[in-house]
Design a binder for this molecule. Structure first.
Ligand code: SF4
Length: 504
């Protein structure tokens, strides 16, 4: 009989969450490096080197890979011979581990969980609760799969109840372009097929908690339908040409994981859950001998790359930009931003638009300014700000017309813009710039000063003023409304087809 102590369980969860906040899994780094080596689109290659550089900086500096430090998912496989030396419930122990990890004094992680999701949406303050799934299995250990899942990738989850004769491959290839770039590709697709609706979703999430091994699978060949699908979808999804950050390119997925299970004769449930550039998960077990010890990876495992802006970049002084400067920028241009910008994301935009709808004056003047969609991690030590990568711009589309009407000159975020935002950008001859999702610590090094200037009660969602030096961004929608997220994938899908490029 194994006895698991309460403190061992709590400290193992806390340590593991800290660990995955700054260490990418080794297989993930190797797969991104391979994608970087083979990439032919300079814009996608630039995004990949930023992701790799950021990853290494985080591993060295023990700071979060992404400003979105995720919602915690825990899969517990509890051996039937395990007993607990505990006065807390297992759920309470897990949540105490989450609390300790996210409030860790040396590496405080961003608390992103809001209670009352369709009401007050109040931050729980410590990133609890975790989403926990239990399995009771033979044995005398506890196996714990732990993930911290970014909201941007979780938002791109897809589900359908297909007809039994419908093609899974066709459906996945329809859905992936609709998912856009908000899930910060390249990453891994988890696919669950069969069971019931809820089981398909659970399998899609669980499928992500295995190392990347598509090359090994392709080399040995499939032995069942799920493996056949993995190989076929890996090839066909990459042929879509979506590429890193949706800029167009050779690698959209680093692997495709498929789990299936028996289902009703009338059903074929299917779910896709993507894992993003900030793929964070770990597996460990407890056997009663003490807390889990996770070996730190070797820093030589990270490729020796560093991000340097190329020769053709334009340095921009945010305080002295004219409309003509903005109009001269072309989609795909790389800019290095200098000077002061505002920040604001979902809650701040909602507040601003509510104020404008009441005919009142905004607490911050948007005339001639740029706004960065970000919710940063709190700073540590001498940092001006913690990791501060972009959040998905698409969520701000419905507010865009009204804020541009106030004289806002441009926006910075990640992923594509929808038709309403692009129309507004054209109308006001504005611009949308893209920073790399999953390169948050690297971006934060360009931020030299940070000050809250409106809505302080919104915490990480407040409006800040950042002062930046050489912050790298790419022109994603120009003042005429041309979007790299439309043209890039079209160009690269055509190129992959015409040149019969194989992504292995
Ligand atoms: S990499 Fe992108 S999707 Fe993933 S956590 Fe960061 S911002 Fe969210």
């Amino acid at each position: 009989m194994t006895v698991i102590k309460q403190d061992d369980m709590i400290s193992s969860i806390a340590d593991a969450l800290q660990y995955i906040s700054y260490y990418h899994p080794k297989d993930f780094i190797q797969a991104v490096d391979q994608a970087y080596q083979r990439e032919q689109n300079p814009a996608a290659k630039d995004a990949l080197v930023q992701i790799l550089t950021n990853s290494r900086m985080c591993a060295y500096g023990h700071r979060p890979i992404c400003q979105d430090t995720g919602i915690v998912s825990v899969f517990l496989k509890v051996g039937m011979n395990v007993q607990w030396d505990a006065d807390m419930s297992v759920e309470d122990m897990v949540n105490e581990g989450v609390r300790r990890a996210y409030l860790h004094p040396d590496n405080k992680l961003r608390a992103s969980i809001l209670a009352d999701p369709d009401g007050a949406r109040k931050n729980t303050g410590d990133n609890t609760p975790a989403m926990i799934t239990y399995e009771i299995v033979p044995g005398n250990t506890i196996e714990i799969y732990l993930a911290a899942k970014g909201g941007g990738s979780e938002a791109k989850t897809k589900f359908a109840m297909l007809n039994p004769s419908d093609s899974v491959v066709d459906w996945v290839l329809e859905q992936v372009p609709i998912m856009g770039a908000g899930w910060c590709p390249p990453g891994v697709l988890g696919i669950g097929i069969g069971g019931t609706a809820d089981k398909a979703m659970a399998m899609a999430k669980k499928a992500l908690l295995e190392p990347i091994d598509i090359q090994a699978l392709t080399a040995r060949g499939a032995t069942n339908r799920a493996e056949e699908l993995r190989i076929e979808l890996y090839e066909k999804v990459n042929q879509l040409g979506i590429g890193a950050q949706g800029l167009g390119g050779l690698t959209t997925v680093l692997d495709v994981k498929v789990m299936d299970c028996p289902t009703h004769a009338a059903n074929k449930a299917i779910a896709i859950i993507p894992n993003c550039a900030a793929t964070r998960w770990v597996k460990f077990s407890l056997d009663g001998s003490g807390p889990a010890v996770l070996e730190p990876p070797k820093l030589e495992d990270w490729p020796d790359v560093s991000y340097e802006a190329g020769d053709n970049v334009k340095r921009v002084d945010l305080q002295n930009i004219t409309k003509d400067d903005v109009k001269s920028w072309q989609p795909g241009d790389v800019l290095l931003l200098n000077g002061k910008m505002l920040t604001g994301r979902d809650a701040a935009h909602k507040r601003m638009v509510d104020i404008l709808n009441k005919g009142e004056k905004l607490p911050v003047d948007l005339q001639g300014r740029f706004i960065y969609y970000v919710g940063p991690v709190d700073p540590m030590g001498d940092e001006a700000v913690g990791p501060a990568g972009p959040t998905t711009a698409t969520r701000m589309d419905k507010f865009t017309h009204q804020v541009l009407e106030q004289g806002l000159m441009g926006m910075i975020g990640k992923a594509e813009r929808g038709p309403a935002a692009i129309e507004a950008i054209k109308k006001f001859e504005s611009v949308y710039l893209m920073a790399v999702g999953g390169a948050a610590y690297l971006v934060s090094k360009a931020i030299k000063k940070s000050e809250v200037i409106a809505f302080p009660e919104l915490g990480m969602e407040a409006v800040y003023e950042f002062e930046v030096e050489d912050m790298p961004v790419t022109v994603a929608v120009d003042s005429r409304g041309e979007s790299v997220h439309k043209t890039g994938p079209q160009i690269w899908a055509k190129k992959i087809k015409e040149e019969n490029i194989k992504i292995v």
